[in-house]
Design a protein around this ligand. Structure first.
Ligand SMILES: *[C@@H]1O[C@H](CO)[C@@H](O)[C@H](O)[C@H]1NC(C)=O
Ligand SMILES: *[C@@H]1O[C@H](CO)[C@@H](O)[C@H](O)[C@H]1NC(C)=O
Ligand SMILES: *[C@@H]1O[C@H](CO)[C@@H](O)[C@H](O)[C@H]1NC(C)=O
Length: 290
C-alpha cells in the first residue's frame, strides 16, 4: 500500500468517526411511566414520547436530534392522573380514609369507605382512582332492620327489647335448666335483614335402667342413686358389661344425644338386687386378666 493511499484512508476514517459522532445524540434514557418511540438517535431523527394509561404528558411530545448532537427538547414527565376528593359529603354517614398518606388522590390510589352504624355498607368498600380521573364505584349506606328475633324451644332470649333491631345488633340466647346450649350464644342482625344462626337447646336424657353401677365423670356411681334425674346433653356414661367366659368386666360408653340415650346392648339390667350376686362393676376388669 502506498503512503498516499494510507494517509487518505486514515483521513477518511477520522472523518467518518467524527461525522458519526457529531450527528449522534445521547441516549435519552427511560421515561418513567411512559415510552420513548424511536428508530434512531441520530440527526435528523425525531423521537416521540407517550405516557402509560393513568399518566398525563407534561412537556413536549417529541424531540429532534439536531445537527450539533443535542436534542431539541428535554425529556417530558408522565404525571399521574389526579382524582377529585371522593364524593362523600352528600351522605354524612359514609366515611372514607386514605390507604396512602397525602391529601391528593392520584391514579391507582385506593380509599376505603365505612358506614356509620346503624347503617350497613352495600357495594365495594374500596374505591380506586382510575385512569380516567374518576373514582370506581362508591358504596352506599342503607339502614337495615331485622324482624323481631324468634325464640328457641326450651330456651329464651335475654332482655328482648320492644323495638326494631338494626344491623349488627345482637340478642343473646339461654336455655332452660338441664338443657344445654348448642351453637352460638348470640345471633346478629345481618346486612340481609336476617338474623344469623340461632343456637339450639339440647335435651337431657333419662337413663333407662333400673339399677347399675356406672362410671360417670371418672367416678363409680349408682344410677338409681346419683343419676335419677338423668344426665345432660353430650355427657358420657360408661357401663360395665360382663364377659361370662372369663368372668370379668369391660366398659362400654353411651352418650346423651339431645334426649336420646341408648344403653349398650351388652349391659344386663338387674331389676332387683340379689345379695349373693356380685355387681358386674365389681368384677375384675378384663384388661387386667388378659
Ligand atoms: C413521531 O411522530 C410523528 C408525528 O406523529 C411521526 O410521523 C413519526 O413517525 C413518529 N416517530 C416515531 C419514531 O415514532
Ligand atoms: C404532539 O402533540 C401535537 C399537538 O400538541 C399533536 O398534533 C401531535 O400529533 C402529537 N404528536 C405525537 C407523536 O403524539
Ligand atoms: C395538601 O398538602 C399540602 C402539603 O402537604 C398543602 O400545601 C396543601 O394545602 C394541602 N391541600 C389541601 C387541600 O389540604
Amino acid at each position: 500500500m502506498s503512503p498516499a493511499l494510507l494517509i487518505l484512508g486514515i483521513v477518511a476514517l477520522i472523518h467518518c468517526v467524527f461525522a458519526a459522532h457529531a450527528k449522534k445524540c445521547p441516549d435519552p434514557g427511560l421515561l418513567k411511566n411512559g415510552n420513548i418511540h424511536f428508530t434512531d438517535f441520530s440527526y435528523p431523527h425525531f423521537i416521540n414520547f407517550s405516557c402509560d394509561p393513568g399518566y398525563i404528558l407534561q412537556g413536549p411530545n417529541t424531540s429532534q436530534c439536531l445537527k450539533n448532537g443535542q436534542w431539541s427538547a428535554k425529556l417530558p414527565k408522565c404525571q399521574p392522573v389526579i382524582c377529585p376528593p371522593p364524593p362523600v359529603c352528600e351522605f354524612s354517614v359514609l366515611l372514607y380514609h386514605r390507604l396512602k398518606p397525602g391529601n391528593v388522590s392520584v391514579f391507582q390510589d385506593e380509599i376505603k369507605f365505612e358506614c356509620l352504624l346503624p347503617y350497613a355498607l352495600f357495594g365495594n368498600e374500596i374505591a380506586v382512582c382510575q385512569a380516567d380521573g374518576k373514582w370506581s364505584a362508591v358504596p352506599e349506606c342503607r339502614t337495615v332492620e331485622c324482624p323481631r328475633p324468634e325464640g328457641i324451644a326450651n330456651g329464651y332470649i335475654y332482655l328482648l327489647l320492644r323495638r326494631a333491631y338494626h344491623y349488627k345488633e345482637t340478642v343473646t340466647y339461654g336455655c332452660n335448666p338441664t338443657y344445654v346450649l348448642d351453637g352460638p350464644v348470640e345471633s346478629r342482625c345481618e346486612k340481609t335483614g336476617q338474623w344469623s344462626t340461632k343456637p339450639t337447646c339440647r335435651a337431657p336424657c333419662a337413663i333407662p335402667v333400673k339399677r347399675a353401677t356406672v362410671l360417670y365423670n371418672s367416678q363409680k356411681v349408682k344410677v338409681q342413686e346419683h343419676l335419677k334425674n338423668g344426665v345432660q346433653h353430650a355427657e358420657i356414661i360408661w357401663f360395665f358389661c360382663k364377659n361370662k367366659k372369663q368372668h370379668c368386666s369391660y366398659k362400654v360408653p353411651a352418650r346423651c344425644n339431645d334426649g336420646k340415650f341408648t344403653v349398650p346392648a351388652c349391659f344386663k339390667d338387674q331389676r332387683i338386687q340379689l345379695f349373693w350376686k356380685t355387681d358386674v362393676a365389681d368384677l375384675p376388669p378384663c384388661e387386667t386378666i388378659n
